[in-house]
Design a protein around this ligand. Structure first.
Ligand SMILES: C[S@@+](CC[C@H](N)C(=O)[O-])C[C@H]1O[C@@H](n2cnc3c(N)ncnc32)[C@H](O)[C@@H]1O
Length: 455
């Protein structure tokens, strides 16, 4: 691979006798990986692929998964480069926490955080870029999250609305991406000797806002996919100097991870607590991860939490739907109608007035004239809900994702039912006698074949 001469010289100077192995790794194979979603069923097809565990993640495996496969579309697996899994593992939230993923699209770390929140607490996941937030929304939906709010705003706007609010904040920062050169050859063309410093400027701005949103005792996790000291050790050195209430926590390094390098910044030995991942030392791409605890004392003001927003007709239609589904209601969600769409907003979410919200919670469905039509998102989030379910075969699933109506061998109770395939919820169908009317979203329909949809 053709690397810029200045890049080569920089890392020869920094890495000394390790530089040849480091530079040679750019021509090595790209490591593929996937995580399984611990909140969903593990199918036999998945189990057959789960042969090479990633040593530092109990839910991570080496290997490639297919984006059109049933298991991927149903949110049971997520394709992720193995080194990137360290971030979610070091960030691992406790159930019930208030978590912010500040730079989140397309959602690799967000889905990892969701895996450990187990539908509890609150995840606010933010992506500043309007184009990229859609992919984040799709991944959160597939993962079946009921505890997530998706925002599309700046770190400054979030910090204004939610000061001192979060137990845990992840800043997976936009960076010069040197650690991904091997995976994405085009990324090299953006590199100039000044690029890391320009990225560092933006990272400082993001961190300046992020620190305002932590509660005392909260954790900040900072990660990049670059080797550049300006964006890694030097960024943490700046943070510790600017905000002495922060302390780095030691990260347990395994499988080839190494201490970060104080000598690449101001020499503060504390910096060694952070971790560096080099592709010549481990099976994965380049990353940097630091975890800090906040010893500050400023407590955020208690904000009013979200309230129900439903008119009487909407409430009646929703109640009728629940009754037909023999469901008591949805725990920890506040119902809000936005136009004709009904959302379940996480009950821990405070009222925010000026934030650009992409999705205020889980879309539960749409109010039609005299009925309520449940959403695809609700079906995908129904693994542990008592909604009526009907198991279909893989052949029927192929008809379903193609938008076709199909027949069952016997007639279950008529009405909306969650269709499951190999135990995984895949969407709603409306049963009329033995016929299943198709409610798979039109925009997602495709022709599944053994070539394009095998995990
Ligand atoms: C490394 S990527 C995030 C990857 C993501 N965490 C994942 O695991 O899938 C960094 C993200 O930061 C966003 N970003 C760019 N500038 C930003 C800014 N000034 N503030 C916050 N986020 C920004 C980018 O749009 C990009 O999606």
């Amino acid at each position: 691979m053709q690397l810029p001469a200045e890049f080569i010289q920089k890392y020869q100077r920094l890495l000394g006798d390790q530089a040849p192995a480091f530079l040679a790794a750019f021509d090595g194979p790209v490591e593929k990986g996937f995580r399984i979603n611990p909140n969903k069923t593990v199918t036999a097809t998945m189990r057959a692929k789960m042969t090479a565990p990633v040593p530092y993640s109990p839910i991570g495996y080496y290997g490639k998964v297919n984006g059109n496969a049933l298991e991927h579309l149903a949110g049971a697996v997520y394709s992720q480069e193995p080194s990137a899994m360290t971030v979610g593992e070091f960030a691992k939230p406790e159930p019930g926490e208030r978590v912010l993923d500040l730079c989140a699209a397309p959602g690799g770390k967000t889905t990892h955080l969701l895996s450990y929140l187990h539908q509890t607490g609150l995840l606010v996941t933010n992506e500043i870029n309007r184009q990229r937030v859609t992919a984040l929304g799709d991944n959160v939906e597939r993962y079946g999250a009921r505890n997530t709010v998706i925002t599309n705003d700046t770190p400054a706007a979030l910090a204004k609305e939610l000061p001192g609010f979060f137990d845990r904040i992840l800043v997976d920062a936009p960076c010069s991406g040197e650690g991904m050169f091997r995976k994405d050859h085009d990324a090299v063309q953006y590199w100039t000797p000044d690029y890391p410093a320009a990225c560092a400027e933006r990272q400082r701005e993001i961190l300046t806002e992020a620190v305002k949103m932590l509660r005392p005792g909260g954790h900040l996790i900072y990660s990049t996919c670059t080797f550049a000291p300006e964006e890694d050790e030097q960024m943490m050195a700046w943070l510790l100097k600017t905000y002495p209430e922060f302390e780095l926590e030691p990260l347990a390094k395994t499988a080839g991870m190494v201490d970060a390098k104080p000598e690449w910044a101001d020499g503060n030995p504390e910096l060694a607590k952070a971790a560096r991942l080099f592709p010549h030392l481990m099976r994965g791409e380049g990353h940097f991860i630091a975890k800090l605890v906040y010893h500050g004392t400023t407590v955020g003001k208690d904000k009013k939490v979200v309230r129900e927003q439903l008119n009487a007709t909407q409430r009646q239609l929703w109640t009728d739907f629940l009754k037909k589904q023999a469901m008591a209601g949805l725990p920890q969600l506040v119902l809000q109608a936005h136009g004709d769409q009904l959302y379940g907003v996480p009950a821990m979410m405070p009222v925010t007035r000026k934030l650009k919200v992409f999705r205020p919670g889980i879309l539960l469905g749409t109010f039609k004239k005299k009925r309520f039509e449940p959403s695809y998102a609700l079906a995908l989030a129904s693994d542990d809900l008592s909604l009526p379910k009907t198991e279909i075969t893989r052949e029927q699933w192929a008809l379903y994702v193609h938008g076709e109506t199909f027949e069952l061998t016997s007639a279950p109770v008529a009405g909306f039912r969650v269709l499951t395939c190999d135990g995984l919820p895949v969407g709603f169908g409306k049963i009329v006698a033995k016929t299943v009317k198709n409610f798979f979203p039109k925009g997602l329909r495709f022709l599944a074949t053994s070539e394009n949809a095998t995990l």
